[in-house]
Structures are given as structure tokens and as C-alpha cells.
Design a binder for this molecule. Structure first.
Ligand code: TXA
Ligand code: MG
Length: 318
């Protein structure tokens, strides 16, 4: 593979970052979930450089980010009934809806699929940036493929400095886990990836909403879910009872319960929301400290606990 090296511009001005997009560059930008790595949705060359910079497998589709509802008509052929209801209730916010893709959107953006994931972030700086881009922006999370998604600009820098054109710097993201992805192309909406908008909340709006469960032999509907994900270099182990834990050199603990044993690095979270907000950055800190094993306390699987345990299980499975 060609060795990439570009000078990565750091800026706090959405307009400056948007100009890089308009000139065919790729830009990392903050949203309320995690930082994304964006390109103009109609610029195949820029999109190809996203896959290259992240070392992302070509079969993993990107989410289109929009500044206003009017942009949906540029990238989707139809807003289905369930799509319409989710838009009314959850846009702008941490929800991605999958709709039939317009012909004009290049296939490289959707990894060959005839559908497109669409999301309108609510983070103020993301909205200013997207509005100034004057085009929908496709963006995966702004990490090297397989690494935990970045929730701070410093973590984007750690993975992608010299590989992307620009980073739009802002504070840490608010939620810390990626958006909920729901396929709205069929009669029954299907949750493909859990996130901070829980299935319970989606069902309040469309009662029939189902959760997509991958059967072992089947190709997942959300292609990204079959790839290695969210992994720190350390081994991740899920613990049900902190009382069972003993001190171990080079080990770390994160969870809601305080363990009796002391760890080299610890984070006690007072709510599942704080746990979700902190988990990816905690994984990265552990790597920076050379931690070998990370013990993660189990949280009950309701509300954001579902998405949090999903991410921790994927990290533990690697
Ligand atoms: O919160 C988020 O969603 C962040 C921010 C930057 O918006 N983005 C993000 O993108 O997490 P990424 O590429 O890391 O994850 C996108 C997920 C993948 O699992 C992908 O397979 C799925 O969404 N996806 C995207 N387009 C799809 C489509 N047309 N059909 C099914 N799944 C799709
Ligand atoms: Mg990702």
C-alpha cells in the first residue's frame, strides 16, 4: 500500500474545516456520539481516501451526515413511513436511519449497497460544520479500523495524524458510543446496531420495531458488525462480581461498583451513561499505560446498558 503522509491541519473553526471538504479533502469532526471522519458524499476520490486513511475494509458502508432535512432528497429515493416517524421524533440526534439510496450517491460510499444510512447530528459544532460543507458528508468513526472509536480530538490525532487533511477540534463528545442504526427500508424497522436511543424508545414511536439478531452462518445486515471492533491492545474481561477480583500487576478496572482489590488504573462510574461516555477513552488510556488486562464490570442490559455491553462484548471477543 502507498505510504500516506499529509500535513494534518488542526482548527477550531467549522468554516475552515468545511472548506477542506469542499476542496476534496477529508476532515475529522466531533458529533454528540463519537468523532467522525468526513468527505463530500459525491466525491469518490475523497471517499476512497477515507477507507485508505482508516485502513477500513471496503465492504463496510459509511453513514451520510446531513445539516438539514432537505438534504435527504439528494441521497435517498424515498422516506418510508417508519423513517418519517423516526425523523420526526429523533432528528437531530444519535440515530441513523437506513433508506433506499439515490443513484447519484457513489457505490463506494455504501460499499455497493442500494441503501444508505442517514443521520443528522445535534452537536452544535457538527451542525455548523455540516451546514458550511453545503453537501451531505459521509463519515465513519475517526479511528484506525478495529480501534476504539475516538471521543476526543486527541484520540483522533493519535490514530490519524499525517493520514488525514484536517481535525476540527472541540470538547469531548457527549454520549461516547456510536449512533443507533435502524433499517427503515422494509415494513418492520430493524435495529442493526444498538446505541443511546434504545429499542424501547424506538418502539414507542413504531411499535413493531425488531432487533436484528445475526444467525452464525448469515451475512450481517450491518456489514460493519462482522469486523474486529473497539479493541484496545489489552485483553478485555467482563466481570459479574467484583468481589472475585484480586490485585494483579498490569491490570485495570472500569465499572459501576468499587472493587475491594486495588488496580493499577481504575475508573468507577456513577451511572451507565457515564460508563458509556468513558469506556472508549478508558481503553485508550490503558493502552497508553501499557495495561495488559482490563476488567469491565457488567451492567444490566436496559437503556444504554444494551449498547454498552454490546461494545464491551465485542472488545472482549477479539
Ligand atoms: O455515531 C455514529 O454513528 C458515528 C458518527 C461519526 O456519526 N459513525 C459511525 O460510523 O459509527 P461507522 O462507520 O463506524 O459505523 C457505521 C455502522 C457500521 O456498522 C455500518 O455497517 C452501518 O453503520 N451501516 C452504514 N450504512 C449502512 C447501510 N446502508 N446498511 C446497513 N448498515 C449500514
Ligand atoms: Mg466505527
Amino acid at each position: 500500500m502507498k505510504l500516506l503522509f499529509v500535513k494534518t491541519i488542526l482548527t477550531r473553526f467549522p468554516n475552515e474545516a468545511a472548506e477542506v471538504i469542499r476542496n476534496g479533502g477529508i476532515v475529522a469532526f466531533p458529533t454528540e456520539t463519537v468523532y467522525g471522519l468526513g468527505a463530500n458524499i459525491f466525491d469518490e476520490k475523497a471517499i476512497a481516501s477515507i477507507f485508505e486513511a482508516k485502513r477500513r475494509p471496503a465492504d463496510n458502508p459509511l453513514i451520510a451526515h446531513i445539516a438539514d432535512l432537505g438534504q435527504i432528497g439528494l441521497i435517498a429515493t424515498e422516506i418510508t413511513e417508519s423513517g418519517e416517524k423516526f425523523i420526526e421524533n429523533f432528528f437531530p440526534g444519535p440515530l441513523t436511519i437506513v433508506l433506499p439510496k439515490a443513484e447519484t450517491v457513489p457505490l463506494i460510499a455504501t460499499a455497493g449497497l442500494d441503501t444508505i444510512g442517514i443521520r443528522m447530528p445535534r452537536f452544535k459544532i457538527a451542525r455548523a460544520f455540516l451546514a458550511a460543507c453545503k453537501t451531505p458528508v459521509v463519515a465513519p468513526s475517526a479511528n484506525l479500523s478495529g480501534r476504539p472509536s475516538p471521543t476526543t480530538w486527541e484520540s483522533v490525532f493519535e490514530d490519524l495524524d499525517g493520514r488525514i487533511d484536517c481535525i476540527l477540534q472541540a470538547e469531548a463528545t457527549e454520549i461516547g458510543l456510536e449512533s443507533t442504526v435502524v433499517d427503515c427500508t422494509a415494513d418492520v424497522p430493524l435495529v442493526l446496531r444498538s446505541g443511546s436511543i434504545s429499542v424501547e424508545r424506538l418502539r414507542d414511536v413504531v411499535a413493531a420495531t425488531a432487533i436484528y439478531e445475526t444467525v452464525e452462518t448469515e451475512i450481517p445486515r450491518s456489514p460493519g458488525l462482522r469486523h474486529r471492533h473497539y479493541s484496545p491492545r489489552a485483553e478485555v474481561i467482563i466481570v459479574n462480581k467484583t468481589a472475585d477480583l484480586n490485585y494483579e500487576s498490569g491490570a485495570a478496572y472500569v465499572g459501576m461498583e468499587r472493587p475491594t482489590a486495588k488496580f493499577d488504573h481504575e475508573l468507577i462510574c456513577h451511572s451507565a451513561e457515564i460508563y458509556a461516555h468513558s469506556i472508549f477513552e478508558f481503553f485508550r488510556e490503558c493502552d497508553r499505560l501499557g495495561i495488559k488486562t482490563i476488567y469491565c464490570g457488567y451492567v444490566p442490559e436496559r437503556g444504554i446498558g444494551i449498547a454498552l455491553m454490546d461494545r464491551i462484548r465485542r472488545a472482549a471477543a477479539n
